[in-house]
Design a protein around this ligand. Structure first.
Ligand SMILES: Cc1ncc(COP(=O)(O)O)c(C=O)c1O
Length: 429
């Protein structure tokens, strides 16, 4: 093992041995090298800085004016320079401020400074690198985003186990998770929590969050290391009376040394900036040495993978966080649009005459809602809807479909659900 990794692990063993136990072999082997980036950081104030792989002249960076024309609110430095592996420092501070403003129960000392990732998928994958060994147990909700299987099941060879989040009537329940956690016999599990949930659009209430967090706490108190991965991709898109802080906050406030809360969030959905690829990973850790070690290892993982993120994207997100007045109004207008669509969707899917055709899963947030369709195959229905009604939906399995009301104009929503109803009737006959 590299001596730098050995030192980090020795320090971690002294400061937080459970955190060391939670790490994968790759997580344990990882370190941040004293390579070009460290040397370049040390040379930043020199007159002749010949360390970094960029091209400069007396005025600063060399660049093409035509490319710079695209980014006229930003300085050349904010567009063309490399970002450090952990992301632009100013952006990290601004996101930290946002996290604390959104989560009043969280204190700055309780969490790490967010590290910028190439959006959430990258963050989820980095978490896999750091914490998931082949054969480790990853607990996913039965209604889940398919990419977790690829990230943790295929890439990291984890043993994926699923827990139900809905009862047979389509109502959200915490019981499946509580029972699953109570039956854990392994000494470590990775628990993925994703609310608002993709594909069902459900976010738990305050009481439900309390139940989930209590079950995680109990498991940790049994001595099981619980790496909780909170995927907050759709954070903030709440349309009912739900728990509006991140469940990461409630988990962090457990102060249970066997529970490691990790939050993935970002600009992708929250800022309607899917292609920017700006996300963040934040750890619920309060010990400064643990924070520094986790950051060093994360930087090593990023450096050894995509090296660093895209500076124009980091700078653009920084710009809107620094100039929030109009930006917040723009975002709120989009959220209002989604909420209006949610209200119409709710009105239509619960109509009495449709209940012989489908059963909605509870939903109250996010982009999506899901239906269990009756007496038709979901994939057959999906193809039928494309062919005969020019409507695209997602078949989740044999019985369930996902409808993204985020992509249907409010006035078109009745037509879409009436057509789905007709399509089901066509196939039932
Ligand atoms: C639950 C969930 N997590 C993560 C992502 C990926 O986000 P990103 O585009 O930021 O990688 C998505 C995207 O659809 C998602 O639905």
């Amino acid at each position: 093992m590299n001596p730098l990794a050995l030192t980090l692990n020795e320090q971690l063993n002294e400061n937080n041995p459970h955190l060391l136990d939670m790490m994968s072999d790759l997580g344990k082997n990882m370190y941040y090298p004293k390579g070009i980036l460290t040397q370049s950081a040390e040379a930043k104030a020199t007159d002749y800085n010949a360390t970094i792989g960029m091209a400069t002249n007396r005025d600063g960076m060399m660049y093409a004016d035509t490319l710079y024309d695209m980014f006229n609110h930003l300085s050349p430095e904010e567009v063309f320079a490399y970002a450090p592996p952990q992301g632009l420092e100013a952006l990290r501070d601004l996101w930290l401020k946002k996290v604390l403003a959104d989560n009043p129960d969280l204190q700055e000392e309780q969490i790490t400074r967010p590290i910028v990732t190439n959006a959430l998928t990258h963050g989820l994958s980095l978490v896999g690198d750091m914490f998931v060994n082949a054969g480790d147990t990853v607990l996913l909700p039965a209604h889940t985003w398919g990419n977790y299987n690829l990230v943790y099941g295929v890439r990291h060879q984890a043993d994926i186990q699923k827990y139900p989040i809905f009862d047979e009537n389509g109502h959200y329940t915490t019981q499946g998770l509580v029972d699953t956690l109570a039956s854990i016999e392994q000494d470590k599990v990775i628990l993925v929590l994703n609310y608002p949930n993709n594909p069902t659009g459900y976010t738990p209430t305050v009481d439900e969050v309390h139940t989930i967090v209590e079950a995680v706490d109990t498991l940790g108190k049994r001595g099981v290391n619980v790496v909780t991965v909170v995927d907050d991709a759709y954070y903030g898109l709440f349309y009912e009376d739900v728990y509006t802080q991140s469940i990461f906050t409630a988990l962090t406030n457990l102060n249970n040394p066997h529970v490691l809360p990790i939050r993935l969030d970002g600009a992708t959905k929250e800022f309607f900036a899917w292609g920017f690829r700006v996300g963040f990973v934040t750890f619920g850790l309060s010990n400064q040495a643990s924070k520094d070690i986790v950051e060093a290892k994360m930087k090593g993982l990023i450096r050894s993978n995509n090296s660093n993120g895209s500076t124009p994207s980091h700078s653009a997100v920084r710009y809107v966080l620094e100039n929030p007045e109009q930006f917040n109004k723009d975002i709120q207008a989009n959220v209002d649009t989604l909420e209006a669509r949610y209200q119409v969707t709710k009105e239509w899917v619960y109509r009495e005459d449709f209940q012989a055709l489908w059963q909605p899963y509870d939903f109250n947030s996010g982009y999506f809602m899901a239906l269990r369709v009756k007496d038709v195959n979901a994939e057959t229905l999906r193809k039928h809807l494309i062919e005969h009604y020019s409507i695209g939906i997602v078949a989740l399995n044999d019985t369930d479909i996902r409808i993204a009301f985020s992509c249907i104009e409010k006035d078109d929503i009745p037509h879409v659900f009436e057509s789905i109803a007709k399509g089901i009737k066509d196939l039932q006959n």
